[in-house]
Design a protein around this ligand. Structure first.
Ligand code: PMP
Length: 308
């Protein structure tokens, strides 16, 4: 268990406010109804300075999350990019997690948020490996959750919206209560969806496989990056609906996400995956990914935005 480490400043609506002043009213629409749109972005400490991973792609997803909910962010893409870079510089952190949030504030009395102001906050704080360095190296034990993920056309899974994370909370708490590091949700059709806050990949006979964007999961930016890395490395890849038992029979399973980066899964439901340790393709794409984001390999995909 851990709590968020405090940094001095939070960007709010175009200026910086002290961390302690970043309050919202209890009756804000987003507090009552879960309507905050948000992002989670990593900034890495590279030899050439602090660099934010796929910043524009993350901010584009934030814009899309808002757009789905008929909310237009009152800042341009370039302004949001500059704000994210500025908050890292202002807080003088070398590596961090950046959490842009678009909040509907106090105003609207009912479901429609139109009478609530649109407030944009960008906090950041230093953050290392989410599941720990050992998880990145050895892999984690995961379970399939008893909780089903949201179905298509219920709440939109492509929007990264606070309310969607009720599903992730249930999956994560149940996994922890049963002694697992993470849980994997199935869709209503019984096929693999995603983890509490990460996408799922597996390797079978040398082919990398992940689930399609079927309306039950978030389109992870790490997911897209791993697909790009695999394509360049000549690793065969396909999207396919994944039955639960394929998690048990796969040669390799891993999670991807901003928080978990690429974390191997060594068992699912106490059934060993492959050799019970990270497999060769997992290690290959993990190394490539971590080398690029940490500035140890050339950023040939153009994924890094330096803060200065
Ligand atoms: N699924 C969910 C539900 C998530 O919260 C996240 C983290 N944003 C992901 C997948 C992975 O997305 P990304 O790689 O963009 O962090």
């Amino acid at each position: 268990m851990s709590s968020i480490p405090e940094t001095p400043w939070i960007w709010k609506n175009g200026s910086f406010i002290p961390w302690a002043d970043a309050h919202v009213h209890i009756l804000s629409h987003s507090v009552q109804f879960g309507s905050a749109a948000f992002e989670g972005i990593r900034c890495y400490n590279t030899p050439k300075g602090s660099a934010i991973f796929r910043l524009r792609e993350h901010l584009q997803r934030l814009v899309h999350s808002c757009h789905i909910y008929r909310t237009e962010i009152p800042y341009t893409m370039d302004e949001l990019v500059d704000a994210c870079r500025a908050v890292v510089v202002k807080n003088d952190v070398k590596f961090c997690y950046i959490r842009p949030m678009v909040v509907r504030g106090l105003g609207a009395i009912g479901m429609a948020p139109y009478d609530s102001p649109i407030e944009v906050y960008i906090p950041c704080w230093p953050w290392g490996a989410y599941l720990g360095d050992e998880a990145l190296a050895q892999g984690v034990d995961a379970c399939v959750s008893t909780w089903t993920r949201m179905s298509p056309n219920t709440v939109p899974s492509l929007a990264k919206i606070a309310g969607n994370y009720l599903s992730g909370q249930l999956i994560k708490m149940e996994a922890m209560a049963n002694g697992y590091a993470e849980g994997i949700g199935l869709g209503a059709g019984g096929m693999v969806s995603e983890g509490a806050g990460q996408n799922v990949f597996l390797v079978q006979n040398g082919t990398l496989i992940t689930t399609p964007l079927d309306g039950t999961l978030l389109a992870g930016i790490t997911r897209a990056s791993i697909i790009d890395i695999a394509a360049r490395a000549g690793i065969p890849f396909r999207e396919q609906a994944i039955p639960r038992e394929m998690l048990y029979t796969a040669d390799e399973v891993f999670f991807t996400g901003t928080a978990v980066e690429l974390t191997p899964v060594r068992s699912v439901d106490r059934i060993r995956v492959g050799a019970g340790k990270p497999g060769p393709i997992t290690l290959q794409v993990q190394k490539e990914f971590l080398d690029i984001v940490n500035g140890r390999a050339e950023d040939t995909f153009g994924w890094l935005t330096y803060v200065k």
